[in-house]
Design a protein around this ligand. Structure first.
Ligand code: AMP
Length: 200
């Protein structure tokens, strides 16, 4: 089995980070979260971090060229070429989606997981976690951008038979059970055995 190339979608606060950790554990792909990369750049006070902070705090999107540059460099690294990738937080706009297909070339995307959690629930979760960028205004802005910029990308994956929508409500293990069944089916592995697939 060749390395898996996966994308995880879902509103901010849907649990993408938590589920991504389970997925990479089980399937051996490398987790690439653009939000984590940007937060690390802010902590390190790099040029990118300084430029991104105000945009992130306001709930806006960092510009496409910057994001495409970061992701394209990361995707060419040896660990990802060998083990595959789970992209979390990218692509977020039509321009990013187009570039992703170009960057991956023959490494085509195997599936897009859509972690579905209603707006009311993600809003409560984000207010409760209290991150710097989790003000009511910024949350509303991010949810609006998700609907207008990111959700339309799901159609692209759906049209190609790559979209797996998973109910993201409930405790994290139950949600991962659903994600795992969807991915096991894709991978052709026996869920009872539960072995992973990346790099096998
Ligand atoms: P996340 O952790 O994925 O919710 O990302 C946190 C913030 O980082 C977002 O609200 C955006 O401001 C920024 N960000 C992360 N990924 C991207 C992306 N692919 N394109 C533009 N901005 C992004």
């Amino acid at each position: 089995m060749s390395p898996l190339h996966l994308v995880i979608f879902g509103r901010q606060g849907a649990g993408k980070g938590t589920q991504s950790a389970h997925i990479v554990d089980a399937f051996g792909c490398v987790h690439v979260s653009t939000g984590d990369m940007l937060r690390a750049a802010i902590a390190d006070e790099t040029e990118l971090g300084l430029a991104a902070k105000a945009i992130m705090d306001a709930g806006g999107l960092v510009d496409d060229d910057t994001m495409i540059g970061i992701v394209s460099e990361r995707l060419s690294a040896d660990d990802i070429v060998a083990n595959g990738v789970l992209l979390d937080g990218f692509p977020r706009t039509p321009a990013q989606a187009e570039e992703l297909v170009a960057i991956l070339g023959d490494r085509s995307i195997d599936a897009a997981i859509n972690l579905e959690v209603p707006i009311e629930e993600v809003t409560e979760r984000m207010l409760a976690r209290g991150r710097d960028d989790d003000t009511p205004e910024s949350i509303a802005k991010r949810l609006e951008l998700y609907e207008s910029q990111t959700r339309p990308l799901l159609d692209w994956f759906d049209e190609r038979g790559l979209l797996m929508t998973v109910d993201g409500l409930g405790n994290e293990d139950d949600v991962f059970g659903r994600v795992r069944s969807a991915l096991d089916a894709l991978n052709g592995t026996d869920p009872q055995v539960g072995s992973g697939g990346c790099g096998e």
